[in-house]
Design a protein around this ligand. Structure first.
Ligand SMILES: [Mg+2]
Length: 230
């Protein structure tokens, strides 16, 4: 393994439908007050920051919020799993994501992992629902730090321990769908590819000047070539 690919989940590898329902349900069950994820722009943010922003925007004061993240994580995983089982929410792999992960795994050159604002148990629920979980080493999540910029270094350390190698920063590539993914990559002196399959258009992402912008992940051969030579 010579290069490490650090994939974002939402908007990059997967797309969820009606995920706001179990998310809002978990807020109510955990904190005892209603909150609506649709009142904020969650893209690229970590789950703890998203919840904090929802409460702050609604002028809702939640006492002892920091004691409740573990419970929120557990409730969210449960609510989301139930919603997926019942079909009221769906998580699907985005076009090309599975093919790309299969191809990079077969190359022997790349290790693939995750940098996501999702709490770790939720990342697993989403990746399993999308059929992508088995391709990805344990990375870093919103449960490791509310600051996304902290996450790439944590994922790199975990992957180095798994693969038993030291990976230079120049060989790490963050792949995401928002300016926040790029910011996290730059804070860690890593390269970044942005895909326009989330909230942001190709033009908006190009303006952020990552190493590469793509409309989606469907051109596996070209993307593999880029990932080897970027
Ligand atoms: Mg994303």
């Amino acid at each position: 393994m010579k290069r490490l690919l650090l994939f974002d989940i939402d908007g990059t590898l997967t797309r969820s439908h009606n995920g706001y329902v179990p998310f809002n349900q978990a807020i109510l069950e955990t904190f005892g007050v209603p909150g609506d994820i649709r009142s904020v722009i969650p893209d690229g943010n970590t789950d703890p920051m998203i919840v904090t922003e929802i409460f702050s925007k609604g002028n809702i004061l939640v006492p002892d919020i920091d004691d409740k993240w573990q419970q929120f994580s557990s409730n969210l995983r449960q609510c989301y799993s139930q919603a997926i089982s019942s079909g009221s929410a769906t998580v699907r792999a985005l076009p090309g994501a599975a093919e790309l992960l299969q191809t990079v795994a077969a190359s022997g050159i790349f290790g693939s992992s995750v940098v996501s604002g999702n709490l770790e148990p939720m990342a697993r629920v989403k990746l399993e629902a999308a059929g992508l979980y088995s391709y990805l080493c344990r990375g870093a999540y919103g449960s490791d730090s509310p600051r996304r910029a902290d996450l790439p270094a944590i994922a790199k350390r975990r992957c180095e321990a798994v693969f038993g190698v030291s990976i230079p920063l120049s060989e790490c590539i963050v792949i995401g769908d928002t300016p926040r993914d790029l910011e996290a990559a730059r804070c860690n002196r890593m390269k970044c590819i942005l895909v326009a399959t989330g909230r942001y258009s190709l033009e908006e992402l190009l303006n952020c000047q990552p190493e590469l912008c793509l409309p989606d992940l469907t051109d596996t051969a070209a993307l593999l070539d880029t990932l080897m030579n970027i």
